[in-house]
Design a protein around this ligand. Structure first.
Ligand code: HEM
Ligand SMILES: *[C@@H]1O[C@H](CO)[C@@H](O)[C@H](O)[C@H]1NC(C)=O
Ligand SMILES: *[C@@H]1O[C@H](CO)[C@@H](O)[C@H](O)[C@H]1NC(C)=O
Length: 320
């Protein structure tokens, strides 16, 4: 009995004081108020990803772009109105982030089973986990209890907090550091580029102008991404050359062979401080998988609204 008490005290201590994790979020947040939330979200994500596997990648990215702009608060989901410009048309997002219809579908199903209870910010966190699992990645217990913002910030989304693909390694490290994430978290979370697609406009300079790129890879990408800006800007290429609809560690193997698609991918392996991490994940898919889960939990902890802050939106696209 005595040892149980000691363990309990230790446990509480760990939960409350460990690292930078957010003590206010917890995995069982909806266990009484919306026990069906996880199965409801999962079923919608499953059918969306069955219809289009890329959607899994798009949902993971939405959670990232939500969390990096004023915390994981659903702000990225707010539509512009005549009197308000939100985050959707900011440079990192315009013509780029997607998945809003799927989020709407999830929200309406969740509202049917427990109206007014589950935040849009939490829906993004759950959908990112479910997508990862469906695409062959690790699972993790999603911490919940985030509330939704009543506003969004076009200027914050445009300020560089979400680093651009032209970033130097130092900039990437600093931008993640500013969110409480280490260089290692940054390398791991960049591994999300194991799935999904990118537009010609974000990798054109790399495939025409850079020298740390495999020449046959560059040529292949040039075939569908014309040099002149304005032509073919939205043509897509897979972020992960071989398996863009599966979670695996080929992303890192490709970096070793100078086959990173984005400038910001290749800087992770270009003679700098993160080379050894890339090498290690290229050799160890299991470590990538388990570290990815841990870093996603950390990312989901970024500055949530909790308690009586914010609100639970009824419609993810607009404040109540
Ligand atoms: C390290 C800094 C990062 C940079 C510079 C970056 C940049 C980009 C860019 C430029 C694209 C293509 C966008 C387009 O073509 O419109 C992209 C796609 C993507 N990013 Fe990142 N990213 C970063 C980190 C992350 C992180 C942390 C995640 C998730 C945890 C993530 C997940 C994704 C996914 C899944 C896609 C594909 C989305 C789709 O196909 O719809 N990225 N990223
Ligand atoms: C977003 O993209 C659209 C379509 O390409 C463009 O017309 C608009 O000017 C862009 N918005 C911003 C704020 O850059
Ligand atoms: C490549 O570099 C040249 C010279 O700096 C520049 O004019 C051009 O816009 C760059 N981008 C592409 C896609 O050629």
């Amino acid at each position: 009995m005595a040892s149980f008490t000691v363990i309990n005290v230790l446990f509480v201590f760990l939960v409350v004081f460990s690292g930078s994790s957010n003590a206010q979020l917890r995995t069982n947040f909806y266990s009484k108020t919306c026990p069906k939330v996880l199965s409801t979200v999962k079923s919608v994500v499953q059918s969306a990803v069955a219809k289009e596997r890329r959607m899994g990648a798009s949902l993971v990215r939405l959670h990232f772009h939500d969390c990096f702009v004023n915390g994981c608060d659903g702000s990225v989901l707010l539509d512009d109105t005549s009197s308000f410009t939100g985050e959707k048309t900011a440079i990192p997002n315009n013509n780029s982030i997607r998945g809003f219809e799927v989020v709407d579908k999830i929200k309406s199903k969740v509202e049917q089973v427990c109206p007014g209870v589950v935040s849009c910010a939490d829906i993004l966190a759950i959908a990112a986990r479910d997508s990862t699992v469906i695409l062959g990645g690790p699972s993790w217990n999603v911490k919940l209890g985030r509330r939704d913002s009543k506003t969004a910030s076009f200027s914050a989304a445009n300020s560089g907090v979400i680093p651009p693909p032209s970033s130097t390694l130092t900039n990437l490290i600093n931008r993640f550091q500013a969110k409480g994430l280490s260089a290692k978290d940054m390398v791991i979370l960049s591994g999300s580029h194991t799935f999904g697609q990118a537009r010609c406009t974000v990798f054109r300079d790399r495939i025409y102008n850079e020298s740390n790129i495999d020449s046959s890879f560059a040529k292949a990408r040039q075939a569908n991404c014309p040099r002149a800006s304005g032509s073919g800007d939205n043509n897509l290429a897979p972020l992960d050359l071989q398996t863009p609809t599966f979670f695996d560690n080929l992303y890192y193997k490709n970096l070793l062979n100078k086959k990173g698609l984005l400038h910001s991918d290749q800087v992770l392996f270009n003679g700098g401080s993160t080379d050894s991490l890339v090498t290690s994940y290229s050799k160890n898919p299991k470590a990538f998988s388990s570290d990815f889960a841990a870093s996603m939990i950390k990312m989901g902890d970024i500055s949530p609204l909790t308690g009586s802050n914010g609100e639970i939106r009824k419609n993810c696209r607009k404040p109540n």
